[in-house]
Design a binder for this molecule. Sequence first.
Ligand code: UN1
Length: 517
Amino acid sequence: MRAVITDFGIEETLKTLGIDAVNDGTSTGSNHFSNGEIIESYSPVDGKLIGKVKTTTKADYDKVMDAATKAFKTWRDIPAPQRGEIVRQFGNKLRELKEPLGKLVSYEMGKSLQEGYGEVQEMIDICDFAVGLSRQLNGQTIPSERPGHVMREQWHPIGVVGIISAFNFPVAVWAWNTALAWICGDVCVWKASEKTPLCAVACQNIIAEILKDNNLPEGISCIINGDYRVGEFMTTDNKIALVSATGSTRMGRIVGKTVAERFGKSLLELGGNNAIIITPSADLKVIVPGAVFGAVGTCGQRCTSTRRLIIHDSVYNKVKDAIVGAYKQLTIGNPLDEKNHIGPLIDKDAVNTYLAAIEKAKAEGGNVLVEGGVLEGEGYESGCYVKPAIVEAENHFEIVQHETFAPILYLMKYSGDVENAIEKQNGVAQGLSSAIMTNELKEAEKFLSYAGSDCGIANVNIGTSGAEIGGAFGGEKETGGGRESGSDAWKVYMRRQTNTINYSDELPLAQGIKFDL
Ligand code: UN1
């Protein structure tokens, strides 16, 4: 059974990305030894079967790890700037393939084509960043307390990095990790979401060709397929120095614990429950697009999606009317058609979770301002298209405290000073992203101060989603504490070594200790 997708050039897109062969159930891609059960990938866009991959068995996994550990020995010998050159080539190839890869992301995951392209752009950006960084993996020199001694700090490759990524950013989050890990001298084994396996195959094909052209071992980049059971091969494996996992808090709790038990390192990028505080001085021209894109972009399936608006009571009605009005302009439909703002949810389970969340909000006393619901009829046959909903709710509602990966926006009021809004914003278990809309310097600075937002990301006059790659990305509390992407996030992909070198003829001991023989 093979769906023929003629619209929007999907057939051609798959061919360009070299993923035609997966349609008969045969795995493809280098270091992709999978021989287990078949995973079928259905598009949430039209419900059609796009392709199949096989899952990775334990025996396959062992082979992959063999290839990866061998490749590490070659790769770490290559000077970092030369590793950067490989990442530069990868970034250039992504520039060439931005259109087909962006399209595949949109078709397999369901996000709008613009956002699909944006995701590939994010990959290109992190490659550029990593190339520059490949000449800046600098350590420090530190003054020694002893005469004739010097201290320094070095950063060495850590080994094999295991990457577990989620369906919502099926290519960019992998690239954040790999681009940095590679220039650091590490090799990567990637378990992509079983909901978007073809995006992973496409990425693997691109890098495999570059490695081949440069006569480098394929094991520098490996993929494994399957659900959490395949992820467990990595979390329990001492040979994986770092597990970088993006996904739910539930998943992160298990991964973090398992990796910690064997004293491995983990980088966790988990759920968010992101709010925008809207103060009296905020500008509607900024509030409306910021809040609406934050809430409905990627159909509410970003970890940075805006879930809550905390609005000052003096402007509540005005802001509410403007947002509700803007929701009326939203078009929902095939995300490959650029006239649509919003595509489908990832699958029917997500639709059920969305419906249950709205019911729960109502049962807890929420007041629905914009009705949700599942769309039916022509163009909506996949059953995954839903209407973005707005519910007036209270911060303490159980459902509001919970991250629902769907376009449901909760509106709530605050009165008095901005501190009251900050308290609500911080009053959830998650701590990824946050924003304030204000033209008052004092409010903005309070929000950004140590007594302000407790999130890893805190923005002023922009929404909660759409972070640039140059900053460190991640959050506090149940978001897991990890940082990926820009700034000094590269350090987690390396091991730090402190050196003390004695170039004198004596052996003085530190702390002035006398030990005469
Ligand atoms: C995610 O949702 O897991 O900041 C990543 C953003 C994107 C990345 C989101 N640059 O919304």
